[in-house]
Design a protein around this ligand. Sequence first.
Ligand SMILES: Nc1ncnc2c1ncn2[C@@H]1O[C@H](COP(=O)(O)OP(=O)(O)OP(=O)(O)O)[C@@H](O)[C@H]1O
Length: 336
Amino acid sequence: MIRIEHLHKNYQVANRDITALTDINLHIDAGEIFGVIGRSGAGKSTLIRTLNLLERPSSGSIFIEGEDITRFDGAQLHALRQRVGMIFQHFNLLNAKTVAANIDWPLKITGKYTREQRAARVSELLELVGLSEHRDKYPAQLSGGQKQRVGIARALANYPHLLLCDEATSALDPETTQSILRLLLDINRKLGLTIVLITHEMQVIRSICDRVAVIDDSRIVESGKVTDVFLHPRHAVTQKLVAESHTFEQQDGIGLEHIKGKVVRLTFVGDITYQPILTNITAATQAVITILQGTISRIKDIPYGQLLVELNGSDEDLAKVFAHFDHYRIHHEVLA
Ligand SMILES: Nc1ncnc2c1ncn2[C@@H]1O[C@H](COP(=O)(O)OP(=O)(O)OP(=O)(O)O)[C@@H](O)[C@H]1O
């Protein structure tokens, strides 16, 4: 769907050269939800805005559905903006127009549809985002979550193949954030729409993304499946983002220094999460396994678990325990 090759972007400000993107290489598959995460100033907005040429790259290529868009102008650019919808942190609605008129606007400016066709499409979109009864209200009469629903409906009006989300939930409270993320996931599944989003919150990535790229100081420092990147972060920036998301147990307070056995962190992903693995292992060995802390949760719809355990037993028993971990594909890391 999207292939980004050797993308660079510099801004010239008062004779100073600011590098926003350095040698970005990414591919994004059709139908996936791809997240880009990074701290403020890392280059996220610049990256997402190059995908519909709101920002022109300094060099490199961006192929969308096989075409290099970086040379697009005029009619091609106009057509690209219809194929690529976008939603924004601050919604960018037309305040003097009703909800229905906001959604109608992108349909009207294409000049492709009759009034009746537009009205039918607007009703369909209102239904899709759950705003049918608010169609005649103005943006000022809506909550933040409702405004973003209008933004989503408007972005989908011209049947785009790709939806870009620029910090779409950053202005919303956690509950509303979750409802907007659920809507995006629903749309992705129902319409098969490819979604690229940028965020500074790991929670957003964890809730709906299939794959993620971590950007820092204008470069992609790590990318992959969310389960891999989230459960086994390699780069220091990713490790910090994961730690800050407070999903996993902090080891402070457990008093590891008082524990005599081996302290091991276990990570497992998928259906194995629900199997009585530890019971099976203790039945097959003489080792004693004590659970110190544990989390079972989901990354998108994939279950995972993390356990902090203490192992006691002879060297031979512990070797058997580790062999069982390997057999069950449980990732293990000895902490102490
Ligand atoms: N229009 C611009 N003119 C000059 N410099 C810019 C412009 N837009 C972004 N930059 C600079 O490019 C770098 C990347 O900015 P960008 O907005 O892409 O980062 P970001 O990760 O989206 O940050 P934030 O989360 O704060 O929006 C920063 O150093 C920023 O100051």
